[in-house]
Design a protein around this ligand. Structure first.
Ligand SMILES: Nc1ncnc2c1ncn2[C@@H]1O[C@H](COP(=O)(O)OP(=O)(O)OP(=O)(O)O)[C@@H](O)[C@H]1O
Ligand SMILES: [Mg+2]
Length: 381
């Protein structure tokens, strides 16, 4: 990748001669005919997130906007619109709620519920590590939302603290929200063996590192790495380059938490669950997000009944001919509701455990994260 271009999960865009994007310059602009941008929240590689006033409903929303210089890239536009469509069909308390998306004929936007609170990345930067019960309470909620995504045939592929939000005014009892389905598989018909590496090197599963198709167990691996990072205060692998990190994710076993930091006193059952989630072979990991949630809760002494297995409808990209169900109308069958209840019980058990934990977290500093985006090559298998 030359300095005059950016590569975002395979979307290569020339920046030759372009002024850097200034998110504040768009404040006051009305997007999609009704969203007036009133504050800038964050900027990523492809987009910027704003607070906006929905002038039709007179409420505040969060508005994610494709950066204007990417509007000329059909691939970037297509992926952005797919992100809105994917996230919009997942209706779950632990996935950020999409209110609207569009922009085929103008600025591409995704309007979302406006979350209040703190991103998990910021929480970790502030705290260094989190107590084991809090880690489990957060991850069980992530698993709940993720299980619903997987049930729709969607693999997130970029789970990391930056894409998890702790929503709510009370820091001790947040509702955990999964954000950013920007590189989710299922959306672009690229869940298969494309040879492209998409995701963030620190949290990449071995199969992603090899450019292979990623299934639900790939997200389980990323959650395992996230758990490791939350408990230890840094991710398990560090390297000077994205390529080196990707090679480590592909081949090197994730070290046991106890071997790296025996002093942390992480409960042995939790160490073992995290190690299983981080297994190099997907067959050795918990088979689903729901299974991981159960194992995490049990490791902290929770006893919960395993939810029944669910059929998994496949995601269809926008524009594809759909069968029984249209995009944006998630399946709310009785079985799904039953499973949702079981997982909510899990969340409640874990939350109670979290609230029971005393003691302050150790204050360590996190190392800077690699930016999200593509590494151009996968190591040879
Ligand atoms: N609905 C929301 N409410 C409040 N803040 C949000 C919301 N959605 C996103 N944010 C903030 O914006 C940040 C970036 O959002 P997100 O991860 O969706 O985009 P991104 O990483 O910039 O995407 P990309 O890499 O595709 O450009 C989040 O980490 C969070 O702090
Ligand atoms: Mg993000």
């Amino acid at each position: 990748m030359s300095h005059g271009s950016v590569s975002l999960s395979g979307v290569e865009v020339s920046l030759e001669g372009m002024a850097p994007f200034q998110p504040e310059s768009l404040l006051g602009t009305v997007v999609g005919g009704r969203y007036r941008l009133s504050g800038h929240l964050a900027s990523g590689g492809m987009s910027a997130v704003y607070v906006a006033e929905d002038t039709r409903h007179r409420r505040e929303v969060a508005l994610k906007l494709l950066q204007p210089h990417l509007a000329g890239s059909p691939e970037a536009v297509r992926r952005f619109l797919c992100e809105g469509a994917i996230a919009g069909m997942i209706d779950h308390a632990n996935v950020v709620r999409i209110l609207d998306h569009g922009g085929e004929d103008g600025a591409c936007f995704i309007a979302m519920e406006l979350l209040e609170g703190e991103g998990l990345f910021d929480r970790l930067r502030r705290m260094g590590t989190l107590p084991p019960a809090e880690v489990v309470a957060i991850l069980v909620q992530v698993c709940n939302g993720l299980e619903e995504a997987h049930r729709h045939g969607v693999v997130h592929r970029d789970l990391k603290p930056e894409n998890i939000f702790l929503h709510g005014r009370r820091v001790d009892v947040p509702v955990v929200k999964i954000l950013d389905f920007g590189v989710a598989a299922g959306a672009h018909g690229e869940g298969g063996d494309t040879g492209l590496v998409v995701g963030t090197p620190e949290y990449l599963s071995p199969e992603q590192a090899f450019g292979k198709a990623a299934d639900a167990r790939s997200d389980v691996y990323s959650l395992g790495v996230m758990a490791w990072r939350m408990l230890v205060g840094r991710p398990p692998f560090a390297a000077d380059s994205a390529d080196a990190l990707i090679r480590m994710q592909a081949r090197e076993p994730v070290p046991s938490i106890t071997s790296v930091r025996p002093d942390l006193g992480v409960p042995p059952d939790l160490v073992a669950v995290v190690a299983r989630a981080c297994a190099k072979d997907p067959a050795d990991r918990p088979a689903s997000a729901a299974a991981l949630a159960l194992e995490l809760a049990r490791a902290m002494g929770g006893t919960v009944k395993s939810p029944a297995p669910m059929p998994r409808p496949a995601f269809r990209a926008p524009g594809e001919v759909t069968g029984a169900r249209a995009l944006g109308s998630p399946d709310r069958s009785g079985a799904a509701a039953g499973k949702g209840r079981a997982l909510r019980i899990l969340a409640a058990v874990a939350l109670v455990l979290a609230l029971g934990v005393a003691g302050a977290a150790a204050y360590l500093h996190t190392r800077p994260q690699q930016p999200a985006g593509a590494a151009p090559t996968a190591p040879a298998p």
